[in-house]
Design a protein around this ligand. Structure first.
Ligand SMILES: Cc1cc2nc3c(=O)[nH]c(=O)nc-3n(C[C@H](O)[C@H](O)[C@H](O)COP(=O)(O)OP(=O)(O)OC[C@H]3O[C@@H](n4cnc5c(N)ncnc54)[C@H](O)[C@@H]3O)c2cc1C
Ligand SMILES: NC(=O)c1ccc[n+]([C@@H]2O[C@H](COP(=O)([O-])OP(=O)(O)OC[C@H]3O[C@@H](n4cnc5c(N)ncnc54)[C@H](O)[C@@H]3O)[C@@H](O)[C@H]2O)c1
Length: 463
């Protein structure tokens, strides 16, 4: 009889966990994955990346019809919003993709253990009152919304990202607390559909972690679109009468309080690692000061046979980072050499235009040494100009001595797609000259990357 029920047991079926489980099974390991949701795919497929993009895409069409962008191209329409149908196509996307993971589990012979898993010891978990043993256990429990102290999310007037994906009507005034990725993406959705949107951000600029020029330009573009920003401002309390919320705001640096009312408040001040109920104490595994599980480079925790990946460990909380860690951890468990290059993880904000970056910001790069920077405006890119998409720019940061590219940032309608080429170039150790001398198809937005690379040494053609 086998010593353990499974070679690998993954806890959590988000993009980290389901990918780890599939890869482990592909490598010939007997694998199970415990998931407490009704459907597979985790935050990303159920209440994150996918439903938010379904609403972003649909609302982009609505906005283009309503704001005159289509009329500019000779298409005159007066759009009528069928919000229920818009939600319907969002639900369909989620259903198809989560069902797709269930199909992949069956195809790869991954057993789905339905229920919440908690450790008994380093090789045993309880799932739905059943004890299951495994030689290796991967913690991939993801993250949940960070609460605002003293504020209760009722998912009606005061919502988190999950509630903001389900609103049954367009709010008159939505206040977004937190000018990060979720606030800007979901704030954009409801602004496009007709809400007045105010964004309250604690810091003096939106999008922390992004390049400084990008943050400034993004702020300018969103303001032009109609989002009102209250920067350097904190919300110190919210009361709600069931239909209107009243917020007390104070300058972050201290000062006189003001109030703001809204019929919808989105709390989007970050997410925190999910370890509640795992009984980590039973295996002697502690979390760090931010509640995350620490691992080494191979995704091993300090407990033998227990591994961790995705949002529950340090690093950017991104689905593709979790997926790559899922592949790497399975390969390491199988005795191969799974590696994730955490220096080259792209980040994309799916607003209009999109905002994307990979590698170091100019600020961080300058702290590490001398750099050369090349910038190219989308206004001078023929395709962007023809498509009436003049906002944004591409910026390439290269080491001044070696010319090696250390960071690429972009605001452009298709920046999320463009950034893949930059990530690949950086993964291959490209110099700005390598990019500048690579033939790019014309007319494409990607030519702006080539021209920004040419600008690193001062030689762009079109500006
Ligand atoms: C609104 C929103 C939009 C987003 N958009 C993007 C985007 O466009 N691009 C991007 O890269 N990232 C995006 N993210 C972030 C992305 O969703 C996460 O980075 C990603 O889902 C993390 O994957 P994970 O596998 O680590 O965890 P999760 O996806 O959180 O999955 C963890 C799973 O574990 C389960 N679980 C937890 N504890 C237990 C337990 N004890 N037993 C059994 N199961 C358990 C949970 O139910 C969950 O299903 C978005 C997030 C949100 C909220
Ligand atoms: N497109 C994507 O890749 C995508 C989309 C959505 C979410 N995500 C991930 O989900 C995670 C959570 O997103 P998020 O937007 O909630 O977090 P975030 O960390 O991106 O932004 C939170 C913002 O809230 C501000 N803030 C914190 N406390 C505040 C307070 N009391 N008052 C006002 N502002 C306050 C912070 O300064 C920050 O700007 C992110 O890590 C992100 O990577 C990614």
């Amino acid at each position: 009889m086998a010593e353990y029920d499974y070679d690998v047991l993954v806890i959590g079926a988000g993009p980290g966990g389901y990918v780890a489980a599939i890869r482990a099974a592909q490598l010939g390991l007997k694998t199970a994955c415990a998931e407490s949701r009704e459907t597979l795919g985790g935050t990303c497929l159920n209440v994150g990346c996918i439903p938010s993009k379904a609403l972003l895409h649909a609302s982009e069409y609505f906005d283009a019809a309503a704001n005159g962008a289509m009329a500019k191209m000779g298409i005159k329409v007066t759009p009528e919003l069928d919000l229920e149908a818009m939600h319907g196509q969002r639900r369909d996307a989620v259903k198809q993709l989560t069902g797709g993971i269930e199909f992949l589990f069956k195809k790869n012979k991954v057993t789905w253990l339905k229920g919440r898993a908690a450790f008994e010891d380093a090789h045993t978990v309880t799932v739905a009152d059943q004890k299951v043993t495994a030689k290796n256990i991967v913690i991939a429990t993801g993250s949940t919304v960070t609460p605002l102290p003293g504020v209760e999310i009722d998912q009606k007037v005061i919502v988190d990202s999950t509630g903001a994906l389900e609103l049954p009507k367009v709010p008159e005034h939505m206040v977004v607390i937190g000018g990060g990725v979720i606030g800007l993406e979901l704030g954009s959705v409801w602004r496009r559909l007709g809400a007045k949107v105010t964004c309250v951000e604690f810091l003096d600029q939106i999008l922390p972690g992004f390049d400084g020029d990008i943050r400034k330009e993004a702020n300018k573009i969103f303001k032009k679109q109609g989002i009102e920003f209250k920067l350097g401002t904190k919300v110190t309390g919210i009361t709600s009468d069931g239909s209107t919320a009243t917020m007390t705001l104070e300058p972050a640096a201290g000062g006189e309080a003001t109030t703001l009312t809204a019929d919808c408040v989105l709390v989007s001040i970050g997410r925190r690692a999910n370890t509640d109920g795992l009984a980590l104490d039973k295996i002697g595994l502690s979390t760090n000061g931010r509640g995350q599980v620490e691992t080494d480079h191979d995704f091993r925790t300090s407990v033998d046979g227990v591994w961790a990946i995705g949002d529950v460990i340090p690093g950017p909380m991104l689905a593709h980072k979790a997926e790559d860690e899922g592949i790497a951890v399975a390969e390491n468990i199988a005795g191969q050499h799974g590696i994730v290059n955490h220096d080259v993880i792209p980040s994309v904000v799916y607003t209009w235009p999109e905002i994307a970056g990979v590698g170091l910001t100019e600020e961080l790069a300058r702290e590490q040494g001398e750099v050369k920077v090349g910038k190219f405006p989308m206004m001078a890119n023929s395709r962007a100009k023809t498509n009436h998409e003049p906002d944004g720019f591409v910026k390439i940061i290269a080491d001044a001595k070696t010319d090696r590219v250390v960071g690429v940032w972009a605001i452009a309608s298709v920046a999320g797609t463009m950034i893949a080429q930059a990530a690949q170039a950086m993964e291959f150790g490209a110099t700005s000259e390598d990019i500048a001398y690579t033939c790019h198809a014309h007319p494409t937005h990607s030519e702006a990357i080539k021209e920004a690379a040419m600008a690193v040494t001062g030689k762009p053609i079109h500006i």
